[in-house]
Design a binder for this molecule. Structure first.
Ligand code: ATP
Length: 239
């Protein structure tokens, strides 16, 4: 992907509420194409609401979500997926009753033109051989780590333009957390623009170019990781 003006993710004035609960109050975020931004914040700060809104899986009251220059704010999730927005929600987003193979097929169907699907499927299986072994098993019966591999396999098989990853390492054993971060790094190497919500703040900052700190649904701080790592850390851990 070439970095052109307006490329990447731009979120402007995003407001999200659930009934009377206002989760985001006018959030502005820019993630330049091919870069990684870590979204940090305490429980309830609005991280998942932001991720879901970008993925097309959550409500938006006001504001704009622009991906590579295209305003996707009112697009349904499937249309965003086709346009290269991969949203991996907290809780993995696999179809539990479908087999591993059918999960991959379903995910690739949304993201990859028909002619390229067989190749993408083979790549997914190559990346995580355990998925090949388990291909006829219902995804809901995979371990947490294996389910996360399934979610990552789709992303790596057909690199999206934008990956929105919400707590991919939640509840995983340390070895599987490594697998997740290796996968994210590979996506980064492929030039994927990444918005990363992660409980492992240090590891997220290692991967990220920039960080955004949300507090009570607002951006409390934003900037390059290298400039203000310590500030982000102390503010986040202190908050
Ligand atoms: P955590 O780190 O605990 O997952 P978060 O930063 O991802 O938190 P959100 O899940 O976005 O935060 O929640 C932001 C606010 O919106 C919280 O006050 C939460 O209670 C509220 N909220 C989120 N989802 C809903 C919902 N479906 N219905 C009502 N309120 C919600």
């Amino acid at each position: 992907m070439t970095a052109t003006a307006g490329a990447g993710l731009v979120v402007e004035g995003l407001e999200v509420s659930y009934g009377d609960v206002r989760a985001l109050h006018g959030v502005d975020i820019t993630v330049p194409a091919g870069s990684v931004t870590a979204v940090l914040g305490a429980n309830g700060a609005g991280k998942s609401s932001l991720a879901a809104a970008i993925g097309g899986a959550g409500p938006v009251d006001r504001g704009r979500i622009v991906v590579d220059g295209e305003d996707v704010t009112r697009w349904p999730a499937y249309r965003r997926a086709r346009a290269g927005v991969a949203y991996v929600p907290e809780g993995r987003g696999v179809f539990p009753h479908l087999t591993v193979l059918d999960n991959l097929r379903a995910m690739l169907r949304r993201a990859v033109p028909a002619a390229d699907r067989a190749d993408a499927l083979a790549r997914a299986m190559d990346t995580f051989p355990v998925l090949h072994e388990r291909r006829r098993q219902a995804a809901g019966t995979l371990s947490g780590g294996e389910q996360q591999m399934l979610a990552l396999a789709r992303v790596l098989a057909a690199p999206p333009r934008l990956l929105v990853a919400d707590e991919m390492s939640l509840g995983l054993a340390p070895r599987m957390v490594d697998v997740v971060f290796d996968g994210l790094r590979r996506a980064e190497d492929e030039g994927v623009t990444i918005l990363l919500v992660e409980q492992y703040v240090e590891r997220a900052l290692d991967l990220a170019d920039e960080a955004v700190l949300l507090r009570h649904g607002e951006v409390a701080w934003a900037g390059p990781v290298g400039d203000a790592r310590a500030e982000v850390r102390s503010s986040y851990l202190g908050g």
